[in-house]
Unconditional design. Sequence first.
Length: 282
Amino acid sequence: MDPPEFHLREATATPSDAARPTSRVKPPPQSTAISAPFSYSPSDDGTDENLLVLLHGLGDTHLPFSKLGRSFKLPQTATLALRAPEQIPYLYEQAFQWYPSFDALGDILARPDPTTAIEYITRVLDHLVNDCGWPAPRIHLFGFAQGGSVAAESALKWWRRGLQQQQQQQQQQQNPDGESVQPLGSVVTIGGPLLSYPTLSAVCTTPVLVFHRPPPKEPSLPGDGLPAFRKGFARVIDVKKSGEGMPRSKDEWYPIMELWSEQLARRQVEGLYEVMTEGSLT
């Protein structure tokens, strides 16, 4: 998982950047609200404007992803690597799963139920927004394999719940102007498909990047993987690369960095800087 290189250049703030002023330094997440272990790192430059939440894959822990998140050194971006709450049964090593993944014989489930994981991430997001002061559009999810599925499903759950709350407020005339739903900032899933086929009254406006490998290499997508994403999300970036596993080269990381350079918010702090990938310098 070689980290990509970043370059910075001064940029001009846009009106949307200042649309919702928040504290420059956010309080760290609390273990009283997040039951499983996690690793939080504030932004290196002292301005917590964005939060990158990293979700590991099946059988892993949060520790490698904590290191990965810090290695990006994204400007004005804190990182939060979460460990899945459930340990894989009958294994004595540190191997965790986001939701029940195996049957009684130890075979992988063909149709797993991610409900417990989605509810867990929703509670984490509520804590980050309500207690730590992160606006939902400043929170970005990154997940590998099973963690990618949980990230994408959680973004849809967050959006769906917002639509329902908006509808209830309009019916009760508490929100007659129809204040817009606050989506999450972005989702990057590395080979993690949706586990549901979304049915929404309005598609989710969170941009999602789907990085995958051609089968039989892993992580690959099922045949209906991309149509399911396009059913739920307004903008789906399809990145299919030969090889195996996590993105490794600059070429493979580039689309992810390009998305983040578009979506990360920026605060004017003694000079404003824009995230630039190497290819965008030319």
